[in-house]
Ligand binder design. Structure first.
Ligand code: GUN
Ligand code: FE
Length: 320
């Protein structure tokens, strides 16, 4: 099936270039962009032609870090910094996703809003709950969006009502991955919440799973100074935050998306560089929670890839 679309097009092949094609013809075959032409293609046989002259087409947005379970609380609790915000606002609300009916009602408006925002690709944290997170995946698939979706892992420093043992957490994750096989657009991603939420056993178990099954990983990294200091206390034998992820198999060998990366030291940067870990810049969230300012240009100048995330609900809005 050939589809030809006439329009004005803008895209960004890399972080420095805007590519502008005025009154061009986009050639799509079997759902894949094959070509841009300056003249109406006449050599491609039968197909569908859509005339969007005078309109602007851009690639869809990609939100590489956000929490579906925090959509309804976006922008709330911003009188607190990260740890207080998690304990007092976020954890009690995420706990409600243990109820599948609540999860369905809460995730549907999230998925609809994501679609309206033009975010066609994303990497999403669900909640600790397998069933609720599978419902999120189902709603995304129905909407025709592409996404990585993760069941969140937490076995440490978390309230009783939002915590598993590390054994349960790994079993539930394996079962979650099995449940995700029925989807074609939505894929599983391993989602340890952040180092303080996870024991060494849990992190190592997830790292092993990532290696064995070639699964991507997403988490948070060096978001606030207090969190970085806490990780040092929890893992005194490690050189820093990234060393914990690297040592447990969560960096390298598979894609890793790490949100924030505000307080990175040289050891972190070397590990990120060596393992091809991708940092996700979430500016709204960083300002809302007074976490700090990421050195985006410094990281880009060093040749590290930096992508963008809304981090809803730390971020207060979805549109990229
Ligand atoms: N670190 C651990 N959990 C979270 C979360 O839900 N949001 C943000 N911004 N940081 C976190
Ligand atoms: Fe986040």
């Amino acid at each position: 099936m050939t589809l030809i679309i006439k329009s004005d097009f803008i895209d960004t092949p890399d972080s420095k270039e805007f590519r502008i094609r005025e009154e061009a013809y986009l050639v799509v075959q079997d759902g894949i962009i094959r070509d841009f032409r300056r003249e109406m293609p006449r050599d491609l046989g039968d197909g569908t032609f859509i005339d969007y002259s005078g309109k602007l087409m851009i690639p869809p947005f990609c939100d590489m870090h956000l929490h579906g379970s925090q959509f309804l609380q976006r922008g709330l609790g911003m009188n607190r910094e990260l740890i207080g915000w998690l304990n007092d606002y976020t954890f009690p609300r995420e706990a409600r996703f243990s109820d599948p009916d609540f999860a369905r009602r809460a995730y549907q408006p999230f998925v609809d809003a994501l679609y309206r925002a033009g975010t066609m690709r994303s990497a999403i944290f669900g909640s600790l709950h397998r069933e609720g997170t599978l419902i999120l995946a189902e709603l995304l698939e129905e909407k025709g969006l592409d996404a990585y979706v993760g069941k969140v892992n937490m076995d440490s420093n978390s309230p009783d009502y939002l915590r598993e043992t590390w054994e349960e957490s790994l079993e539930e994750t394996v079962s979650f991955i099995g449940g995700m096989e029925r989807f074609s657009r939505i894929r599983p991603i391993l989602t340890p919440r952040f180092v303080p939420s996870c024991s060494g056993e849990l992190l190592r178990g997830l790292g092993k799973l990532a290696g064995e099954r070639s699964l991507p990983v997403q988490s948070h990294l060096c978001e606030t100074e207090k969190e970085v200091a806490w990780v040092r206390e929890l893992f005194p034998d490690h050189r820093g935050y990234s060393h914990v992820y690297d040592d447990t198999g969560l960096f390298g060998g598979h894609p890793s998306l790490m949100a924030h990366g505000i307080y990175l030291e040289e050891d972190d940067l070397e590990r990120i560089e060596r393992t091809g870990t991708v940092l996700v810049h979430c500016p709204d969230s960083n300002l809302n929670l007074a976490s700090g300012i990421m050195d985006v240009t410094g990281l880009l100048d060093r040749g590290l890839p930096v992508v963008l995330g809304s981090d809803v609900g730390g971020g207060h809005e979805l549109p990229m």
